[in-house]
Structures are given as C-alpha cells and as structure tokens.
Design a protein. Sequence first.
Length: 67
Amino acid sequence: MITHFQWKPLHKNLPGWKLTFYFNKLAVQALYHKDGSIEWISNPPAKSDEEKLKSMIHDLMVYHVYE
C-alpha cells in the first residue's frame, strides 16, 4: 500500500513530476515522466512488487494530475 503520496512538477511548464511516498515502510522517491515511465531515485521496489506499484502510481497520477 502507498501512503503519504506527494507529487510536484519538475519544471514550471513541462510535464514530469517528482514523487515521494512510503511503500512497505520505506520512503521512496521517483520521477514520473510524461510518457508514463517511472525512474526510481531512492529505495526502488523489489522486482516482485514493481509492476503492482507502477499500476498504483499510474492510478494516483490519473486522479491527481490528469483529472
């Protein structure tokens, strides 16, 4: 489960966001690019959790940024 999800734009007029949140009790930082790709900055998820986590992040970004 993702908790304390926060996002902020990387640039004033360009798409791209810096994400911070907690996942499995670890503070995670990532970059969300305009094409939907995610670049892990700190505490990347285990390979077994990565696809599930990406799906949750995409859902949150659609809700918070694109709606």
